[in-house]
Design a binder for this molecule. Structure first.
Ligand code: ZN
Length: 456
């Protein structure tokens, strides 16, 4: 399906907002990226229709042969958005690739002077973390190209995100073993045999790459813009999920929560310069077998851990724009097998609890074929939550607890003497006692899957 077909699908599958969005951030959908081939007038009409639903359209920045034609398309979308008073937002994925482009200058070097790459991350030949700075200028220029053009066109950039992942130094898979064989890595990281030291060094370099080549070129021109990247967010030092290109390596530090191998994580967000957090709450296929809970609570438990980690770790003033996905994520080609997907109910509850734990809005990722399912499901909850806009905007989250024993899950936002609470009952917890703790007091939260406003 084309961007235009997706646009039409989404407009027909979603309804205009009943409760105004106010200053809340819009909703982002993976299939609404690009400039549909409509006349200026028809495109303006479509953007107005999307805006009535609280949904934003993003321009796509590209590199390589398509750079110039993509710029023309992006500028056209941005100009119309600006004329309509809508925020100008962009996808800056392609311009950030690839630091590790396979050039000989980017390799590790062993004691015999032989060059080598780390191929444990799939297609991209991962090189030496200490041979990457010479790539900064080329990558930064791919971003500057667009930033200069937006600036001279008078377009105020409001939002830029990237999905820059499998590139640059990463500490997982076989990266540590490769670095230990490299004379340059050993010289640069004297404590290389200590994983924590190795990890902190790599994440520091990674943050610098993103700051210098991506965040700074944009934020120096538009200091108020929201700039961020997939999976980069404030956290408590742990990560509870694995990306599709990462595999569990028992040789590396980890800590089990049932069968979930949590990993220690170093700071990357703090030095990146990013102005919003972008956690990832996906139904990763492998999650299902980690726990012994009921099928729904396996998904919910893991995704709420991720959501709560970001919510509790980010300052309240920092927007959290979370990537979310309901349908099974990255199942094997042979099919789902014994794995039972997450129910729509449990996913909707996860979205609610994330909002009540400080998340600002969502970014739906899904394959094109799932868009007709994912977009309306997500939009319905997000739009309904605007009923409580004053709590979402100004309330303080009061709980980040994720029960290890399946049962009632409660979240709340406190605004003055009122509490917006939501309770979800798993594992037959309906009717049982549950409460939110507030300054040493237990505020009872009755059963029922709806938000309640409780006078304190
Ligand atoms: Zn190296």
């Amino acid at each position: 399906m084309t961007t235009l077909e997706h646009l039409q699908l989404i407009l027909s599958a979603t309804k205009p907002l009943v409760y105004p969005r106010g200053r809340r951030l819009p909703l982002y959908l993976w299939q609404l990226q690009g400039t549909p081939p409509l006349s200026d007038r028809d495109l303006a009409d479509a953007l107005r229709e999307l805006d009535a639903r609280g949904i934003s359209m993003l321009a796509v920045w590209r590199s390589g042969a398509e750079q110039q034609s993509a710029l023309e398309q992006a500028l056209r979308l941005g100009r119309i958005q600006h004329e309509l008073g809508l925020p100008v937002g962009v996808n800056c994925i392609e311009p950030l690739y690839a630091f590790f482009n396979g050039e000989a200058a980017t390799t590790h070097i062993d004691a015999a002077g032989k060059s080598f790459f780390d191929d444990s991350f799939g297609a991209r030949p991962m090189g030496c973390p200490f041979a990457i700075e010479q790539r900064y200028d080329a990558i930064r220029e791919q971003v500057e190209y667009y930033a200069r053009a937006y600036r001279s066109a008078g377009l105020p950039l409001a939002f830029a995100y990237s999905d820059w992942e499998v590139d640059g130094p990463l500490e997982w898979n076989d990266a540590w073993a490769h670095s230990k064989r490299c004379t340059r890595c050993r010289a640069q990281v004297p404590e290389i045999d200590d994983f924590a030291s190795f990890q902190a060094t790599l994440r520091r370099i990674r943050a610098e790459m993103q700051r210098v080549c991506y965040a700074e070129p944009l934020l120096s021109r538009w200091p108020q813009a929201l700039v961020g990247n997939y999976a980069v967010y404030p956290h408590n030092g742990w990560r509870y999920w694995y990306d599709y290109f990462e595999r569990f390596n028992p040789e590396l530090p980890h800590q089990f929560d049932q069968g979930e191998p949590s990993r220690p994580w170093a700071d990357e967000f703090g030095r990146s310069g990013y102005t919003f957090a972008m956690p990832v709450m996906y139904t990763w296929y492998r999650t299902f077998d980690w726990y012994t809970y009921s099928p729904d609570y396996r998904w919910f438990y893991n995704m709420l851990k991720v959501a709560s980690n970001a919510g509790a770790s980010a300052p309240r003033s920092l927007p959290i724009i979370s990537f979310v996905h309901h349908s099974l994520t990255d199942p094997p080609a042979s099919g789902a097998g014994h794995v039972i997907g997450m129910s729509a109910w449990a996913y909707e509850e996860l979205l609610w609890h994330s909002l009540l734990r400080g998340h600002s809005t969502f970014f739906s990722w899904c394959p094109d074929a799932e868009c007709g399912h994912e977009a309306p499901l997500l939009h319905r909850v997000w739009a309904e939550a605007l009923r409580y806009r004053e709590f979402l905007e100004s309330g303080q989250p009061v709980s980040f607890t994720v029960p290890r024993e399946e049962g009632a899950v409660v979240s709340g936002l406190r605004l003055g003497s009122r509490l917006l609470a939501r309770r979800s009952d798993f594992g037959g917890a309906a009717g049982s006692d549950a409460w939110l703790e507030l300054e040493g007091h237990k505020v009872p939260t009755p059963s029922g899957s709806a938000c309640q406003i409780i006078a304190l």
